[in-house]
Design a protein around this ligand. Sequence first.
Ligand code: SF4
Ligand code: SF4
Length: 466
Amino acid sequence: MTEFPNHAFAKPPVNLSLLQKLAWLLATVGFAVIVLHFLNLAPGAYYSTQLTFSLSFLLLSVVLYAADLYRKKSSGIKNDGVWFRSLTNRGVWAWALGLVLTVFYVLLYWFPELLGMDAAGNTGVLRLFDPLSMLFKSQPASQWFMYGTLYSLAILSMGIKFLWKYRGNRYQFWRTVSVIFFQLVLAYFLPEIMEGLNQDKAYFAKDLKNFWPLNYYFFEPWHLDNMRAGGSLGMFYLVFGIFGFAVLTPILTYFVGKRWYCSWVCGCGGLAETAGDPFRQLSSKKLSSWKIERWLIHGVLVYIVLVTAVVLYGYFSGTGELFGLSIYEYFRKPYGFLVGAIFSGIAGVGFYPVLGNRFWCRCGCPLAAYMGLFQRFASRFRITTNGGQCISCGNCSTYCEQGIDVRDYAQKGKNIVRSSCVGCGICSAVCPRGVLKLENGPQEGRISEGPIVIDEGGVRIDGFGS
Ligand code: SF4
Ligand code: SF4
């Protein structure tokens, strides 16, 4: 049977196989355990058994469902019917999911006691995660430990689904394995284990790859002091953190574009690419969105540079004030609230089903803005287009999560050199004509603004690519 990968002209019938029904059952049971604990309605015993079953069922349900769904289809992209599903086309289910995620983030940031946080001993859903936290670091679970566990589980399970969906595409395979690895090992297991092994030291052992300015508290006094008091390990974190954003990031972005971080390493990007994959078509492609996005993301970059400068001034001068104003209250705290919590957490993830999966990366992440400057002006990365082959189907633009009108470039045969491109490669993967190619090459002729000139033999002679 011939399959047309992305032309969702007809609503696909929903006929669940036995295995898919089983997967739904496992997901319901796994999720119900968490909800019942949140409502304090679950049995108050055998917490580790309940947690093990809950997390395993959730993981198994996605793996089983994806395997059964995709193994019967030939390899190639499977976005059939995305515009007909309520969840993936801003229908009732999308808004409901957005609301649930938003409420979850509000509880995480501002009302952890409603999740069961209690100095006298956790209750509620946090109590469920206590056994795992005790195993890592002999401490009861915090809301951030629970969040990290669920976040990592989401990247792992939805990453496996992604691998099934995009199987046959080597680039998608390796970058998905990469984001799963970096999330599980560097962002989750390592910090938790390190914290357990270094109980005598003040806390600093966070995610090593979470560079400033994405990690906005890196230069805060408490964090600097903790790293300085952390012996050789603390100094390693301090030096690597500075090296990471000042040296490693520009060099790697010069050679391969910002994709090395945004699509291969970053935890935010990792969640967007895996759990957020069903929502990538929701990014706005309007010119007005592009204009707003540029102001927003560069505004956040300027904001964090200024806040960090003020915080460092306070640290080295030994004063907590600037012009008589408390540095924490008037500079650092508003950034944490507006950008750290509202923008990256609530809007960044909570609004996946409404604004698309990369809203934060596109409009708010200061590290993406920083790398974007290199990508635009000093990088070897570009997406080349073989315009003669383009049939203007628009798949590339539709599934570009960064809202880039890829087709427009393809129709004109221009290279795509955009600061916002995260190099996910999906435009190339969904193109039925093989028009788009992610490449690194010399900077000369990388940005082609002029008309395409082809000689009588069909050879391009305008000096811009082939
Ligand atoms: S242009 Fe292509 S590679 Fe870049 S973000 Fe869009 S889909 Fe991904
Ligand atoms: S580049 Fe490919 S996916 Fe994009 S419009 Fe042309 S043929 Fe379609």
